[in-house]
Structures are given as structure tokens and as C-alpha cells.
Ligand binder design. Structure first.
Ligand SMILES: Nc1ncnc2c1ncn2[C@@H]1O[C@H](COP(=O)(O)OP(=O)(O)OP(=O)(O)O)[C@@H](O)[C@H]1O
Length: 309
């Protein structure tokens, strides 16, 4: 069973085509990071999976059924980008209300509030909650009924670094129990260790999807080696220059010697450096998720990304 499959899915709002032939899937026990600039089509994709809208072309299946079918929707948890709750009610009352709507057990209410760190605040009115506390309540709401598919739109907004790390740990636990999770975000720093695959959307089209090694292979971006000379730097420079295809050694912003090489040139250069005896220490820096994101959205991406990046 797949959590969802989008095959060649397109969607338009009136005349504007906002998703164009998207192929994307999520399997149980997997965390997918869905990344893209403002207006790239992330929320539209989520709304299609939730069955709130219907694709204008392509095929979409959710938990091997039809998006929007109530028998399917009961197994989906969703945290919207802007969570809003009735401010006069307490966290416990709100969650109890959502549990009734979703047909989830009332026993889950205090349990989930504890899990998201609201045990001491569950009987306080939501109007007294901080933004991060409202976000946690939203997360508890999304977790009601033990969803098989969990979709979180900007889940770390309003969370401090400790709460963000707690959230990612919680998501990992759910992933390990078989839940398929989609994490939509602009916030790339810090997310890399917690996702299994990334999908990068720009202007309604999927630019790349895969795990980090696959994205790195596809991007074929240079790898940076940082070097510390054993003797003098000129001798080290000579080794770098002698290695066919290797780049020029320079000093980076933090004063370290570095050389950028194509992925296929990395091992020959490392071997030459080791044989030469001219290197005391070296570091290897692969492109990060942020580097890959910028690569795939292209130079026009800066114009797209707006202020939220
Ligand atoms: N109700 C609507 N009517 C018309 N156009 C819409 C509507 N909702 C979204 N759009 C347009 O669809 C495109 C995709 O929007 P969407 O909300 O899916 O982007 P997003 O990637 O979630 O962006 P953000 O990160 O800013 O939330 C945008 O160009 C947006 O202006």
C-alpha cells in the first residue's frame, strides 16, 4: 500500500496552471520533505491529496483509495500552515472536540497533549497560549486517530530549537511505526537528518525527488576538500595542480585552504594527496540540502523565494 501516488497530476485555478504534470509518491514508514518557494504549489498538492480539490489531469490515489473518501480521510492527519483555534476553549476541550469529529478515542486527548509537551497547559484557555503552544496543539490534532498518512505544512513555524528537535524526534518515532509523513517547509536548515527523501517543486513542476545521495548524483555539484599542509602550501598546491582536472586551491572565508572538485575527481585527488605526504589533514564537504535546493530551483529561484526564506 502506498500512502499516496500522484501520476502526471496537474491543477489549475481558473486560467493559472499551478501544478504541471507532477509525479510524486510516498510509501509507509517514510518522511518526505516537500520543498519549494512561495507559490510553488506545495499547499495545492496537499489539498489535492486531502481531497479538498480534484486534479484537472492525471491520476491520484491515497492509501490505495480515492482522495476525499471519508473511509480514507479518517486515516489522514493534517497540520495546516496557519493553525487557528477558538481562543476561549482550553487545549483539552479543543482536542476533545476534534477527537469527536474524527471518531478518535477520548483517551487519546490527554495522551497526545502530553506527547506534544502541553501536559501542564491543557486546562488553560488557548488565548493564553504562545504561538509555539498553538502549533503543538495543532500537531496533537493532526495526530488524533493514529494516522497512516500525516501531512504537516510548515510544522516548525513558531517552535523554538528544542521544540523543533522534539518534533522531529516525535516524527521519527511515528515513521518507525509505519506512518508516511510529508513535511512541507521553507525552513531547510536542520531538516536534512530527519527526512528520507526530498522533493523540490518550482512553479508547479517537480524539479527533483529522491534521497540525498540520489539528489547529489543528479546535481553533480562540486565537492569541497579542505586541506591542511604538512610542510609548505606551495608543495601542496603543486600536488593539487598536478592531479588532472582538479580545481585551484584557495583560501575560503574562514581562512582554510580548500579546493572544489567534481565528484569523479574526488578520489583521485585524495589518493594523490595521501601519496604525496604533503597533507596533514583534510575535510570533505558534500553539497547540503540547501545547496541542492538552490541548485535545482536555479538562479531564477532567488526571485521566487520572496521574504520567507
Ligand atoms: N484559491 C486560489 N485561487 C487562485 N490562485 C491560488 C489560490 N490558492 C493558491 N493559488 C495560487 O496557486 C499557486 C500555488 O500556491 P500554493 O499555495 O500551492 O503554494 P505554496 O508552495 O504552498 O506556497 P507558500 O509556501 O507561499 O505557502 C500560487 O501561484 C498561488 O497564487
Amino acid at each position: 500500500m502506498s500512502c499516496f501516488r500522484l501520476e502526471n497530476v496537474s491543477y489549475r485555478y481558473d486560467k493559472a496552471l499551478v501544478l504541471n504534470g507532477v509525479d510524486l509518491r510516498l510509501e509507509p514508514g517514510e518522511i518526505l520533505g516537500l520543498f519549494g518557494h512561495n507559490g510553488a504549489g506545495k499547499t495545492t498538492s496537499i489539498k489535492l491529496i486531502l481531497g479538498l480539490m480534484t486534479p484537472c489531469a492525471g491520476n491520484l490515489s491515497v492509501l490505495d483509495g480515492e482522495a476525499g473518501d471519508p473511509k480514507i480521510s479518517q486515516y489522514i492527519g493534517y497540520l495546516p500552515e496557519n493553525v487557528m483555534f477558538y481562543p476561549q476553549l482550553t487545549g483539552r476541550e479543543i482536542l476533545a472536540h476534534f477527537a469527536r469529529l474524527k471518531g478518535a478515542s477520548q483517551r487519546q486527548v490527554p495522551e497526545l497533549l502530553g506527547q506534544v509537551g502541553l501536559e501542564d497547559a491543557m486546562d488553560a484557555r488557548v488565548k493564553t497560549y504562545s504561538k509555539g503552544m498553538r502549533q503543538r496543539l495543532g500537531l496533537a490534532q493532526a495526530l488524533l486517530g493514529k494516522p497512516r498518512l500525516l501531512m504537516l505544512d510548515e510544522p516548525t513555524v513558531g517552535l523554538d530549537p528544542v521544540a523543533t528537535a522534539d518534533l522531529y524526534r516525535l516524527l521519527r518515532g511515528l515513521r518507525d511505526e509505519g506512518t508516511g509523513i510529508v513535511l512541507c517547509s521553507h525552513v531547510l536548515p536542520g531538516v536534512e537528518p530527519y527526512i528520507d527523501r526530498a522533493a523540490i517543486l518550482t512553479e508547479g513542476a517537480l524539479k527533483a525527488a529522491g534521497d540525498l545521495p540520489a539528489l547529489r548524483r543528479q546535481a553533480n555539484m562540486p565537492i569541497t576538500l579542505t586541506l591542511e599542509a604538512e610542510n609548505d602550501e606551495t608543495a601542496l598546491q603543486a600536488v593539487v595542480e598536478k592531479t588532472a582536472g582538479a580545481g585551484v586551491m584557495k583560501r575560503d572565508n574562514s581562512g582554510r585552504l580548500s579546493v572544489a572538485v567534481r565528484p569523479e575527481e574526488k578520489m583521485p585527488l585524495i589518493q594523490a594527496l595521501m601519496m604525496s605526504g604533503e597533507v596533514r589533514d583534510l575535510g570533505i564537504y558534500q553539497p547540503t540540502l540547501e545547496d541542492l535546493y538552490v541548485h535545482f530551483i536555479g538562479s531564477g529561484g532567488l526571485a521566487h523565494r520572496g521574504g520567507a526564506q
